[in-house]
Design a binder for this molecule. Sequence first.
Ligand code: FE2
Length: 203
Amino acid sequence: MTNAARFARFVQDMTRLVEGQGGDEPKLLDKGAQLLRELVTHDDWLPDAFAAPSDDSYRQYLLHCDPLERFSVVSFVWQPGQKTPVHDHTVWGLIGVMRGEELCEEYADAAPDRPMRRTGAHRVRPGDVDRVSPRIGDVHVVSNAGEQTAVSIHVYGANIGAVERHIFDEQTGALRPFVSGYHNATLPNFWDRSAEMRARLAE
Ligand code: FE2
């Protein structure tokens, strides 16, 4: 059985955070990173269907979207070698690794007719939380850097699957708009608390 209460609590805490600190991105990212670190260091809550890889490409499953679209929570699942194109987000994002190991390669903002300039790369391991935003650096490539399936949990400052973003050509810096969407059509149910309530009745 998955520990649904853990994820439900995370959503409640993130909702309070966005409500209280929504206008202060540095504070929001600091506190949000703490909450996400706590979530991804306990690998007992994600239903298997939302951790299922595909041979076609990495998967992105929507786990929760704030009703006011102030934030969304997505599970990313990567087989060894799978990677994103060079892309941006246009909103803040937190990336917490829960299984396996990922490689984040950062790029400077694109300049027309110039190759993209890579500014850094680092490995992200279980319990690590990475940050992106137009304010602190928003262009990167993420890949599975390990030998096993990797799962990371991402939180973004919008309904990210519906945001118009950009993919960049690494050689020319040319950008094209894209909307990522999600691979799932239905959401996981983290809110069925009937077992807990029935246990209380039986006390
Ligand atoms: Fe990204």
